[in-house]
Design a protein around this ligand. Structure first.
Ligand code: TXA
Ligand code: MG
Length: 318
């Protein structure tokens, strides 16, 4: 029997009983549990096979809830929250002791956001606790943007995926931390740097592939298909190089046809970066199911959401 359902009251009941429910957001599906339940939070890490040092994002119902869980909100954090919430920006702020250490991997900060999905906002308003929710994929695998993706990963491990349709943005939230009151991007994501800079001015990016990055989830290999994947600016040359293999192609808008290509996905024929972002993970899921020898991915323009998409593609090729 399918675990996919639109039954909101069942989701409320399961979460109240310290069980996990996969929830839709505008970015990707999350694997959600009560932040105050040790049982639920442990189950999140175990289900994902995620190391405990990698902290979770706390999803809150409204801005007023912030003061319950964080010590202080820097001025620029306030501006960002007001400009983008509900929406795909996560703020990393000094936590209050009410936030369990298990959520934050022992850090003194907590990552928090208000997701922009009507069903999940409705769900949050019916609960008396916020939801911890990492992306609903096994550690290092491709994030889910459809209920079916979650079901194929976790059908034996969780009781319910709340079906909210395909995620509109399609890549994770942009994560912003604060050092001396100044915002710093820890993870590129669904809110573009340009949009953020329009609110708070020039912003530094620390999205490096470090061994111990500020956001521990930013490891070099991440979001990865099982199939070997390469990233290129020259698809024709890559196709020539690998022509003896069974090739899958992921391009931005190129409609080139070549007999050497066994399976092809075009992200946005009209060259729209928002559309490309929304289709990216589903495309990788599809390509990964075609028994290919190699996935050749085309690099996108390096601005706006193109930067975030290229970041994910790079991590998929490691
Ligand atoms: O769009 C999203 O953000 C999705 C949806 C479900 O909300 N969630 C998501 O969660 O992408 P996850 O767990 O896959 O990624 C959370 C990232 C990780 O890289 C983690 O290391 C970082 O947030 N993070 C969490 N708490 C942090 C903290 N206190 N300081 C720095 N980084 C933190
Ligand atoms: Mg993730």
């Amino acid at each position: 029997m399918s675990i996919i359902s639109t039954d909101l009251s069942k989701a409320v009941e399961l979460l109240n009983n310290e069980e996990l429910v996969a929830i839709p957001t505008e970015t990707v599906y999350g694997l959600a549990g009560n932040i105050f339940s040790e049982k639920a939070v442990k189950a999140i890490f175990e289900t994902k096979e995620r190391p405990f040092f990698n902290p979770l994002i706390v999803h809150i119902p409204n801005i007023d809830y912030l003061e319950t869980i964080v010590e202080a909100v820097p001025e620029k954090a306030k501006l960002l929250a007001e400009a983008f919430w509900p929406g795909p920006i996560t703020l990393v702020l000094k936590k209050k002791s009410i936030i369990p250490d298990l959520i934050t991997g022992g850090k003194d900060t907590v990552a928090v956001r208000i997701p922009n999905h009507p069903l999940t906002l409705d769900l949050l308003s019916k609960l008396v606790f916020p939801l911890a929710a990492p992306s609903a994929n096994p550690f290092n695998r491709i994030s889910p943007t459809k209920a079916e993706h979650v079901e194929s990963y976790f059908k034996d491990k969780i009781k319910m995926v709340l079906d909210g349709g395909a995620c509109k943005s399609g890549i994770e939230s942009t994560i912003i931390g604060f050092e001396n009151g100044e915002p710093i991007i820890y993870r590129l994501g669904s809110t573009s740097i340009e949009a953020i800079e329009a609110v708070v001015g020039t912003i530094e990016i620390k999205n490096k592939k470090e061994v111990a990055p500020e956001a521990p989830g930013m490891l070099e290999r991440h979001y990865a298909p099982k199939t070997k994947t390469i990233l290129t600016t020259n698809i024709a040359e890559a196709i020539e190089t690998y022509k003896d293999l069974k090739i899958g192609l992921l391009t931005y808008n190129d409609i080139l046809n070549d007999d050497a290509i066994a399976y092809k996905i075009v992200l946005s024929e009209g060259k729209n970066l928002e559309e490309a972002a929304s289709k990216l993970y589903d495309a990788l899921h599809q390509l990964d199911q075609q028994q290919l020898d190699i996935i050749i991915a085309e690099q996108l323009p390096d601005y706006g959401l193109g930067k975030s998409i290229n970041d994910r593609l790079q991590r998929a090729t490691k």
